[in-house]
Design a protein around this ligand. Structure first.
Ligand SMILES: [Zn+2]
Length: 141
């Protein structure tokens, strides 16, 4: 299956990752304080496009302020993160936050990015994150 769908708990934010088989998508456990608090497991692939669509997206920034963590304002789910590098948008999905299928029984790879410089971080994200499309929908009345 080359296209996976997920959504936040309340359904206000819908996501999609398309382009590679689910088995080829990595499963990473970022060890930063934010991701550990959420029990987040993330995925992305440079050959798979990630789409977010929602009327309730909150952009939360911390640390080096190079990326936005996307949170549903209605239900509080952390759904993914996005960043802009050289004019292009890249993203990851929080597999748990959007209940993405295809990862059952997979062992996540622990990741620690603490010692990265901003330049190394940008290069890593360009190489591993997915091209992203984020659609902020108007709330329905
Ligand atoms: Zn929600």
């Amino acid at each position: 299956m080359r296209r996976l769908h997920g959504q936040c708990h309340c359904g206000a934010v819908r996501v999609e990752i398309e382009g590679v088989e689910a088995a080829e998508l990595p499963l990473r456990a970022c060890q930063c304080g934010f991701c550990r608090r959420h029990g987040a497991l993330s995925t992305s692939h440079p050959d798979a496009t990630i789409t977010f669509a929602g009327s309730q997206l909150i952009h939360y920034r911390f640390g080096q302020r190079r990326s936005d963590y996307l949170i549903c304002a209605a239900c509080g789910c952390y759904v993914g993160a996005e960043t802009e590098i050289d004019g292009a948008r890249y993203a990851i999905l929080n597999v748990r936050g959007v209940d993405l299928p295809g990862f059952d029984g997979r062992e996540p790879q622990p990741m620690d990015y603490e010692d990265e410089t901003p330049e190394v971080r940008a290069q890593r994200r360009k190489a591993r994150w997915s091209p992203a499309d984020i659609t902020e929908l108007q709330p329905s009345a």
